[in-house]
Ligand binder design. Sequence first.
Ligand code: PEP
Ligand code: MN
Length: 262
Amino acid sequence: ASRQSGLPATAIKIAPGITVGSGLTFVAGPCSVESREHIVHTARLVKAGGASMLRAGAFKPRTSPYQFRGLGEAGLDYLAEAGAAAGLPVVTEVMTPALVEKVAARADVLQIGTRNMQNYDLLLAVGRTDKPVLLKRGMSATLTEFLLAAEYILSAGNPNVILCERGIRTFETHTRNTLDLSAVPALKTLTHLPVVVDPSHGTGRRELVLPMARAAVACGADGLLVEVHPDPDRSISDAQQAISPEMFAQLVRDCQAIFAAL
Ligand code: PEP
Ligand code: MN
């Protein structure tokens, strides 16, 4: 993963016209796949707003076992169907090595969540697939630990890793996490891998998503991962941080303008 490898900046081709690490990539969608109709509808809305990829969880890592934990395999099918209908590649989380093959058969990009950043068997399992991996920073991981987690995937033979800053644990409780934007330019000096930012989980607050998305682009992010819901307050999971499709369209416009001015 190191710049010292001499490798050029990694650009990851996901689909025709969609390359992470070249221009800005917008990964958008609801926290969870809520139903077939819901994800098909949301996919169309985020596509219209400028999304490059659709994201939603079918297998959800929830803090409490009594919260909604996703639709599982049915959710994967609905997500793939929604992506195909809207013309968007899909990103979804895989939580266990046993499910990697199943998820890889339906998704274009495999997401590793913050809680699994140091699940080494899982990192090796996704490293053995031919699907790009979106690796989220562990909520208490240093940048060195983050890059070494990426190294597990690379060392298993998969060169296509997208790093995602999604906020870290600090003493602050106003925000859900503290979005560490300094990680973006810092990672850019350390690694050739693309870096995207998730201001949704990074702040946990709807009103902070747009300003932090703008700041992420200003400091060099290759893209954004954002939770968008047609009726944000009614999101089954992570309602407080979900933004509307209108706000998402604004975010895309603002970020593109900032990117063009860099
Ligand atoms: C997510 O992106 O759906 C998610 C669960 O995020 P994180 O792993 O960053 O908490
Ligand atoms: Mn979420």
